[in-house]
Design a protein around this ligand. Structure first.
Ligand code: MAN
Length: 349
């Protein structure tokens, strides 16, 4: 059952609201913000996806060179070596490329609804981020913000980590999970002295797109990987599942809002509950989505029928998620944590 109370102001950010990062580019879509509250304000670290202006009969593929300069590969739509069936990704001569290049831009707000741009912009750096950086989770552990994001390049889809204490100086830790992996959310407190993170490796042959748990002594080097949440045949989350933002501490356990998609690439949100001192143990999982694409801005856009979250703020019982709608707009919605837990308790395993 959809129990989300969407902001009446949705969408709260649209591609037209932003200037492109350089004169050569246009902002095509805004997606999947990381979220945190800090010094009395709410911040969104928005994924900004760009490309050059479209031209009839042509496809442009933006990427960075090995020295981090912007390069555009130009293809003809009728090129026999081109497979162009997904607006997000093309295949050319057997290799996959993204149709936009993403970076991350910071916005702040006093009321959680009206957001103003800040000066911070993070771009891909180096060979593992040549196709951009995406869908950043922001977890605050002690006085450090951990930014775990999808790093895309011709080497694959991997997970990069940068840390900051002041949103001014950033330390780049390189890749913390090699390809193919994404959707990494660090728990915001240590459990029995160890860091924990959810991640989503993909296996193209045996296995699938499942949520895994990993542990670490320093938040950078990860081990003891355990597969904890799988796709469910015939359900709304039959093709892929992936973690949202950092798990939320509740009276019943760690509450994780996750995304699931079916074979038709319809993305919905669900919830799982993990045991406090052993988050590898799944206590409950919603059968139905707690949110599904239904508003016009969720049903049609750059890639329709998508609600996807990787950021939220918690205030008592009120959970405010920020989400990407149809891979184009930034929106917000509120949940009652009690209500989500009620849905979950019906499925206690
Ligand atoms: C998928 C989608 C895209 C994303 C790529 C690379 O195709 O999630 O939005 O750009 O993966 O992560």
């Amino acid at each position: 059952m959809d129990i989300a109370k969407r902001f009446k102001e949705n969408p709260i950010l649209k591609p037209q609201d932003l200037a492109a990062s350089t004169a050569d580019l246009q902002v095509i879509c805004l997606l999947n913000p990381g979220v945190f509250s800090w010094k009395g304000k709410i911040y969104l670290l928005v994924r900004v996806a760009e490309n050059v202006a479209p031209q009839l009969g042509k496809i442009f593929v933006p990427m960075r060179s090995t020295t981090d300069l912007l390069e555009i590969m130009e293809l003809k739509v009728d090129d026999p070596d081109l497979i162009n069936t997904d607006p997000r990704v093309i295949t050319y001569r057997g290799l996959d490329y993204l149709t936009t290049i993403s970076h991350l831009r910071l916005f702040s707000s006093d009321d959680g609804i009206n957001f103003e741009p800040e000066l911070v912009a993070l771009h891909g750096k180096g060979y593992a981020e040549r196709f951009g950086i995406e869908d950043c989770r922001v977890s605050k552990i002690d006085d450090t913000f951990y930014l775990s994001y999808t790093a895309v390049s011709d080497n694959g889809v991997a997970v990069g980590l940068r840390t900051t204490k002041d949103w001014h100086n950033f330390e780049n830790h390189g890749l913390i999970f090699p390809p193919h992996n994404k959707d990494v959310a660090l728990f915001e407190e240590k459990i029995n002295g160890k860091f924990y993170a959810l991640h989503r490796p993909t296996s193209k042959n045996i296995g699938g797109n499942y949520i895994w748990l990993a542990e670490s002594h320093d938040g950078i080097h990860w081990g003891n990987h355990q597969c904890i949440v799988k796709t469910r045949a015939t359900y709304w989350d039959s093709a892929r599942v992936g973690a949202g933002a950092a798990p939320i501490k509740t009276e019943l356990g760690w509450l994780e809002i996750y995304h699931g998609a079916n074979q038709e690439h319809r993305y919905c949100l669900g919830a799982v509950l993990l045991a406090f001192d052993n988050p590898a143990k799944v206590l409950a999982r919603t059968r139905e989505p707690i949110m599904q694409p239904q508003e016009s801005y969720e049903l049609s856009g750059f890639f329709g029928s998508v609600v996807f979250t990787n950021g939220h703020v918690v205030n008592g019982d009120e959970l405010t998620i920020y989400y990407g709608a149809s891979d184009e707009f930034i929106c917000g919605a509120k949940f009652s944590i009690k209500e989500v837990l009620t849905q979950l308790s019906a499925t206690m395993l």
